[in-house]
Design a binder for this molecule. Sequence first.
Ligand code: PHE
Length: 440
Amino acid sequence: MILATAGSAVGLGNVWRFPYMAGDNGGAAFILVYLGCVLLLGIPCMVSEFIIGRHGASNTARAYTKLANGTPWKYVGFLGVLTGFLITGYYAVVSGWCLQYIYASLVGELQGDSEYISRYFSDFSQSPLRPIMWTAAIFLITHIVIKRGVQHGIERASKLLMPTLFILLIIIVVISCMLPGGEKGISFLLKPDFSKIDSGVFLSALGQSFYSLSIAMGCLCTYASYFSRHTDLTRAAAQIGLIDCLVAILAGLMIFPAAFSVGVSPDSGPSLIFITLPNVFAQAFAQVPVLGYVISLLFFVLLTLAALTSLISLHEVSTAFIHEELVMTRKKAAVLVTVLAAIIGTFCSLSLGGTGSLTLFGKTLFDWFDFITGQVFLPVVGFLTCIFLGWFVPHKVVRDQYTNWGSLRGRYFHFYLFLIKFVCPLAILFIFLHQLGMLS
Ligand code: PHE
């Protein structure tokens, strides 16, 4: 289950957002700030969700309800489930793109000059049918895993997918770092430049760490409800944080040396993964096209695995909720979630179409989902969770979970309480205001 939770954390955010942010915001200096955010804020928030989830031993909404004692705090849990659900469809669209790129690498469609590759992406993502087909395909895979249950589906899939992802990552990092001129990429990523660190960078690091650790989406809480009574929650959170940071840094070591070796400046977001990188691979391995072919294929397989384990965790949030709250069998609940999330995904995907008919206040539906879930609901749920656990839930309940009913020493318990009572809520409040443009 801990590996599955790490799978939830390791996702597209590690590959497309982290390396770029690190490179652009002071390299190793940013990485240090980021590690500080994970350690002092991300991990305590993660432990808090674990506490609520394992105490509730049920879906996120009910877990909050059990602790809320009839007060409106229970709605925070419902909001967590809603956030998880809303992000599922949109995350699946991008995961579907990864599948299309596995296919494209396999049949050799990603060969051509940079203009061709960028046109290839815009033609594909804006075409009405193909992205939806791939979204459906990734949902089908997710559905099969979820339907098989927690132990046989989620746990088994994680045991297979996570090590594979790690091996692929190491292979590509080694090859990428060996490219001529690759050292420039390594120093871009790892050279500390403290002059770039300002409050904006600090807040972005904070936001990124929360997104990357899957905080406030119901995932951690839901997965924690399957943890055993013997799991040391703090240690589990620390391990997951470590794996997540490691994958993010390795992703940087995979991307930058290859990009610098051919003189392409790395970009962020979808264009990095789907335009810049295929281009980089094609150029970097122009002398040995077979290697370019293999690397491109491995890279998109890796990306799909990372996305898939996150998508599974998102799906599970709603499946557990519907299964328990609407008293439906798990299989029926999974079908309902798949269908509903696929409908959202379809509209998100269509909103990117050339016609641009599905826009609201100048943003596509796709961007709206990204904005509402990542920048509004995530901080709100995170903030309220800290306040709830720090100020409202009896400390005995928190301590029992933290120390496994007294069987662990519970080192740092008071420090943890201090963080979630004061430091985390304030930090989240700052990110929120920063993201809404009210603080720079
Ligand atoms: N943590 C995932 C990533 O890094 C994103 C995610 C957020 C997944 C919330 C599940 C839930 O991409």
